[in-house]
Structures are given as C-alpha cells and as structure tokens.
Design a binder for this molecule. Structure first.
Ligand code: OOG
Ligand code: NI
Length: 317
C-alpha cells in the first residue's frame, strides 16, 4: 500500500517515511537474493504452499568490512534515513566480529502483504574487525576498499543491484581470507548482498508456526539445516528460537579467470515467544511487541556458520 509510517527517531519530530521507495529497494535486494539462492527460493515457495496467508520477515541480515567507512554505518545510514532505530550491539570476539541491530519504524497501519510488503523487518548488520586480522588479510581487504573509496557511500545501491562496490578479487586472495576468516572471504566475494532473510515463524498461521515442527518438515523435504551447536538455537531466557539452512553455493569467476564454487546466502527461521509478563493476554490479542525482541550472541555465533565450508560439505555426505 501507499500508507506512510511514523519515524520513532530521537530527533524530537516524527518524520514521514517514503515507504513505497524504501520497500522497492528492499524488494530489489530480495530479488538479487532469490535469483542467486535456489534453497531460500524453494523454502519460501514450500512454506507458502502450506501457509497461504501472510508470510512475515523477522529480519534481514548483511555483512560488512569494519574499515575505512565500509563498516556497519555504511549500510545502516540507509535504514536510519527511512526511520529505523539503532538498538543493541553484539560482540563475537573469537570471530573478530561485532554487530548492531535496528528496529523498524512503527507503521501507522500494519500492512497485510507478505515479505517486504508486510510489516517491516528488523535489520541485523555485522562487521569484521579488520584491524584484528593478520597483516596479509588486512592488505587484501585494504587493497579492495582503498581502491574504491566511493563504494561505501552506495552500500544500499550495491545491495539492491547485486554488484560488488569493489573490483573482483583474485582466487588466491579469497583463499587467503578463507583460511583466516570465512566471514572475511564471504564478504570480499558477496559484498553487500543480502546474507539472509528470516521467516517469522510465530506469525505463520498453520502448524508450521512452531519452529520444531517447521524444522522437522523442512528436513523431511530434504533441506539441510545448519547443525552447529544443534539445529535449534535457543536463547538463555528461552524466548528466542532460531534455525537456518546451510548456504547455497554459487559459481564465482575471480579476476584471474579461475571459477570456483563459493558460499552465497541462506534462509533463517525465528520464533519469538510471548514474554512472561504478557502470558495472560488472550492469544488473539498478542502482538509482536508482546514477544521476545532483539537478538542473542550465543544463537548468532552459530548462525554465522551457515556459510562455513564445514556446514556446506555436510550437504553431500
Ligand atoms: C548473521 C548471523 C547471525 C542472527 O539472526 O542472529 C544472525 C550472519 O550470518 O551474517 O543472523
Ligand atoms: Ni539472522
């Protein structure tokens, strides 16, 4: 629809969000993602075939290089400009990553569409702490970011077009990064491409609205789920339950002419339980704001591995 949303930023005045434009950008990011990744496409199709009502996205996730203006802020500015609010920081010292999540603007009318035409999703953006990498890895990342200093200004455009904002790397450089950080190698080759969308499981209408049922259903249909730390990831408070597929691979042609199959994107599932203080609200009156919000470091740490070689190689045996 053409309804406008009210910004919940802290600048005092509530501003209007140019929602049709914003949603069409999200739609382009999603199109790039669906065109490159057959598994998320089939999963969405399958879930919709069982649950033909509204399918909502819980969040969209992106990866960045935390160096020279290419980090979280480069992409976050787009979401902040369209009414999102910066929320909590998550730290992953072993992976040398940090992340921020952003809450969507409060919509004046809840849209009835699916996916990017439904309630606006949360956004999860992470960044590699580049200065903590080895000098060889830093050199590769700097080579690409420093020779394209303007790219950081067009992060959302890069994501919507599915074009890297820097030159394509050499295959040896991708390998160098992958040895040290699979996240770094992924980001060098995939840039700002949507890393995953997440289906809001509790907002489904069929029996698939329980994540254990959904996981079982998908596994029966032959989809491989990320098994790192167990398929179901549960937050310590018990309120946030997540799972994800293993990433698809794409054939990538490096600048030295070598073509290799490399990890691309995956799809995630999240069930948010009703908070203890709202347990006695009738089910029909439960809204998203009555449920566990935010993210969880322990869950996220395992979900990052959905693009790792160890999970991908399980696919064939
Ligand atoms: C993000 C992994 C974390 C979540 O919902 O906690 C995550 C990534 O793989 O870039 O998606
Ligand atoms: Ni996620």
């Amino acid at each position: 629809g053409v309804s406008m949303s009210t910004n919940r930023d802290s600048h005092g005045s509530s501003s209007q969000v140019a929602e049709p434009f914003f949603r069409s950008v999200l739609g382009q990011m999603e199109t790039v993602y669906l065109n490159r990744n057959p598994t998320p496409r089939s999963v969405l199709e399958l879930v919709r075939s069982v649950d033909d009502e509204q399918l909502c996205y819980d969040h969209l996730a992106f990866r960045t290089f935390g160096i020279g203006g290419y980090g979280i802020d480069s992409l976050a500015s787009f979401f902040l400009d369209y009414g999102y609010t910066q929320m909590d920081e998550l730290r992953f010292p072993a992976k040398k990553l940090r992340a921020l999540w952003f809450a969507p603007p409060h919509a004046s009318a809840v849209p009835g569409g699916s996916g990017v035409d439904g309630p606006l999703p949360r956004v999860f953006i992470s960044e590699l702490l580049v200065e903590q990498m080895s000098t060889q890895t830093q050199d590769v990342i700097r080579k690409y970011t420093e020779t394209s200093p303007n790219g950081r200004k067009y992060a959302a455009l890069s994501s919507a077009l599915g074009s890297l904002p820097w030159e394509k790397p050499l295959s040896s450089e991708f390998e160098q990064l992958a040895r040290e950080s699979e996240y770094a190698a992924w980001t060098l080759a995939n840039g700002y491409a949507l890393n995953h969308v997440t289906i809001s499981v509790h907002r489904l209408k069929s029996h698939l609205n329980k994540i254990k049922k959904l996981n079982q259903f998908l596994e029966e249909k032959g989809f491989r789920l990320n098994s790192e730390g167990g398929v179901l990831k549960v937050s310590p408070d018990g309120g946030l339950l997540q799972s994800s597929t293993v990433a698809d691979s794409i054939s990538f042609r490096f600048s030295d002419g070598v073509t290799k199959s490399i990890p691309c994107s995956y799809i995630e599932f999240a069930e948010r339980l009703v908070l203890p203080q709202y347990q006695n609200i009738p089910e029909s009156e439960i809204k998203e704001c009555h449920r566990r919000d935010g993210f969880e470091v322990g869950n996220a740490d395992k979900i990052f591995e959905s693009t790792n070689q160890e999970q991908l190689s399980r696919r064939t045996g």
